[in-house]
Design a protein around this ligand. Structure first.
Ligand SMILES: [Zn+2]
Length: 158
């Protein structure tokens, strides 16, 4: 078994939606990023790469590479999952926390779990997503951006 942890944060910018966990959520701001700014998927990619001792997302998908400009982060996760399969591993389970003062995420958690389970080739029962605020403390609390943590367990593909 291999365990990995990932963290990511992105700053808000002008826009009308954010993408979190592969789910588009209407919001009065967008996410400033080279890709679509999906903090949760980025944290999950880092957790998967970390579990395999393969570095991090920046090493695999450099943010100065025009090939990744505006890219759907689900595509990045699919590429990381190819590495997981190549290593003879599969996702055992995932637990993640998204830290955002806004938008409210509670009603989107189910859709995120379904989407992530599909991308991770597992079932929604193996995927947990939690959303929290920091009670208006710190950069997420001031509404400057969104952060996410993810922990993933990889197990041998039988
Ligand atoms: Zn990111």
């Amino acid at each position: 078994m291999r365990i990995g942890h990932g963290f990511d944060a992105h700053r808000f910018c002008e826009g009308d939606h954010v993408v979190i966990g592969g789910v588009r959520i209407e919001h009065r701001q967008g996410m400033l990023a080279h890709s679509d700014g999906d903090v949760l998927i980025h944290a999950i990619c880092d957790a998967l790469l970390g579990a395999m001792a393969l570095g991090d997302i920046g090493k695999h998908f450099p943010d100065n590479d025009p090939a990744f400009k505006g890219i759907d982060s689900a595509v990045l996760l699919e590429r990381v999952m190819k590495e997981v399969a190549a290593a003879g591993l599969k996702v055992g389970n995932l637990d993640a926390t998204v830290i955002a003062q806004a938008p409210r995420l509670g009603s989107h958690i189910g859709a995120m779990r379904e989407r992530l389970a599909s991308l991770l080739n597992t079932s929604a029962g193996q995927v947990n997503v939690k959303a929290t605020t920091t009670e208006k403390m710190g950069y997420t609390g001031r509404g400057e951006g969104i952060a996410a943590h993810a922990v993933v367990l990889l197990v041998p593909e039988e």
